[in-house]
Design a protein around this ligand. Sequence first.
Ligand code: SF4
Ligand code: MSK
Length: 659
Amino acid sequence: MAEKTIKKMDKEKKLNYRDMSICDATVNMLEKANREGCETAFDRAANMKACPIGADSACCKHCSMGPCRLNAKDPYGKVGVCGATIDTIQARNFGRMVAAGGAAHTDHGMAMLDLFRDVVQGKIKEYTIKDVDKLEAVAQSIGIETEGRTVEEISTDLYQQLESTYTAVDGEIPFAKRVPEKTLELWRKHNMVPRGAMREIMEMMHRTHMGVDQHYENLTEQITRTALADGWGGSMVATEISDILYGTPTPVSVDVNMGVLKEDHVNVIVHGHEPNMFESMMMSVSDPGLVQAAKDAGAKGINLVGMCCSGAEMMGRHGIPHAGNFMSTEAILVTGAVDVMCVDIQCIQQALAKVADCYDTPLITTNPRCRIEGATHIPFHDHHARKCTDEVVIKAVSRFKNRTKEIDIPNIRNVGIHGFSYEYINYMLGGTFRGSYTPLNDNIINGRIRGVAGVVGCTNPRVKQDWLHVELVKELIKNDVLVLQTGCSQVALAKAGMLTPEAAHLAGPGLSEVCETVGMPPVLGLGSCVDNSRILIAASEMVRVGGLGTSIADLPVAGAAPEYMSEKAICIGQYFVGSGVYTVFGVTFPTVEGTKFHNHLFDGLEKQGFGKWGFSNDPHEMAQMMIAHIDKKRKALGLDKARERVLMDMADRQKLAEA
Ligand code: SF4
Ligand code: MSK
C-alpha cells in the first residue's frame, strides 16, 4: 500500500483510536489506515509532543537578536534580549494570531464582495442575485434607501459602502451601525471601532514588530479592534453577500456522516470555506452531459458531499449531505470511495495529499491562495466557474471507472435540521406577520430559557474528537440554555443526533417546553465559521427588542470553542469578547496563567465593560462556568426571581403528576 509516499508506522506503538474520537466512522477509518500503514494527524499528534514554551506563548522570534525563550514557571524572572517582558511577548503573539485569523476571514469576505460587484456589473453570468429581500434588508440596515429603486441601484450602493469594510483608512465600518448603541459607545471610548480591515491588520502587524507597542493593555485595544473588523466586518460581509447571491438558509433536513458516500455513485467531496466553487460544483454535478458520463462509466449518478465549513454552509443553504468535520478529512479518504476531493481555502491539511495518494484519490486545489505540493491544481475563476468544476467532475468520473482500492464506507448517517439563519429564527419565533425576537426575549425573561450559548469551532487531535462539543452542549441544554452552533462543532452535534426536534427531550423542562411548542431543536445550526456573524446579529436584535439590558455585555449569553485549533478561532473568540460575550476555550490557551496579560484577558476586560475569556478542558466544568456567567447576568437584570418561579411551577407540576 503506497509505501512510496507513506512513512511506515511503528508497528510496536499501538494507538487506541477509540480514545481519540467519539466519531465511530472516523475511528473505523483510522484503524483501517493504521492497518494499511497510512499515517494521519491523529498518529502525528500522538507522536509529536506540543512545544510547552510555544503552548504558553512564552517565546518570541520577532527579530534576530533572539529567538528568545522565557520561563513560564518564572515568567517575570527573565526578559527577551530587547527587554520585552512576558506580557509584551504574549500580547504580540496573540495579536498576530488575531491578525492572521482576521485576515483569513476578511480575505474570504473581500473575495465574496469582488464577486458581488462583478455580478452587479453584469460581468459574471453564472451567478445572480437570488435573495432580493435580503439585499434590501442589508442595504436598509446601513442606511441605503431601497424604496422605489431597482435591484441594480441598491446593489451598486451596497457594494460601494461595503467595500469600505476592507479599505477605509479612517471612520467606522458600515456594519458598526448594527451594533447596540451602548456597546458602540464603549468601543468609541477605547478607540476600538474598526476602520477597514486592511488598515487594522496592517496596524496590528506594525505594532507587534520589534520595538513598537510594548504595553500589553495598549496592544489589547488594537487586538480587539482588529478582531472586531473581522466579526462585524469581513465575516459579516461574507455571510450577507453569500445569502444575497445564493439565498438565505432556511431549515432543511440533511444527512451527516461518512455514510453519505455511495459506493455505486461517483463521489465528489468539496472541502474548504468559500461557497463560489461549491455552488458551481452543484451545477456541474447536475449537468446532463456529466451525469451521462458517470452512467457510461458504470455509476448510478454523481454524489456531491461537503466537508468542514464549505459543507456546513451548503447543508444549511441547499441540503447537501455532509461527510464530517475537520478531523475527519483525512479519514474519509481511507474509505477508498472518494473519487475526488476538491478544496479551496483554509483548514486544508497538507497531509491530505499523501493520504489521497495512498487511496488513489485525486486531491484538487482550485484557489490561487492555496496550492499543495503533490496535489493537482485546476484554477477556479468566478468569471468562468464551470470550466474548473466540470474538469474536476470529469476527473472524478475517470477515477470511478478505474477504481482500484477496496471500498469500505462506514454505514453511519445521522439526520438533522440545519439552516437556522438569523432571519429564520425571527420568523420561527414570531411568524410571518409578526416576525420578531420578542418571544425569545420573553422566554428568557420568564426563565423557560435560562440563556443562549454559541458553541462553535474546530476539532483538534490534541483532544478526543467531538467529545467536548457533545458533552458541553448536552450539559447546556439540560440546564435550559439554548445552543446556537456553527462550523465543525455543528457537525459534531449533528453526528450525535442533537440537531433534531426530538433532542428536546434531553433539554431541561423550560427549554424543552419552548422547543416542543415551536417544533425546533434545542441546538440550532447556523452555518460555517464566517456565519458566527449571524450570532452577533441575533445578539444585537435581543438587545434591540428590549428587556435584557442595553448592551451585548448585559445579555445572559456565553460562547465556547472547546476543541479549537485555528488562528481564525482565536480571532472569533476575541471579537466575541470585544462585543461583550464571556467566551471559553478548551485544548490550550496561549498565555501563562497569572501574568498581567492573561489576567487582563480573563478579568480586566470585563471590568472595562467588555466580555472576558475563560478556559477549561473539562466540558462539564466549561458548561458550569458558562451557566454561572449566564446566572450572573440574569441576576444583574433582576431575572433570577423569574427563573425560580418557573422552576417552582415545574416542580409543583411534577409533584402533582407523581401524586
Ligand atoms: Fe527577543 Fe525582543 Fe527580538 Fe523578540 S523582539 S526575539 S524578545 S530580542
Ligand atoms: S472549518 S476554522 S476547523 S470550525 Fe471553518 Fe472547522 Fe475550525 Fe476550520
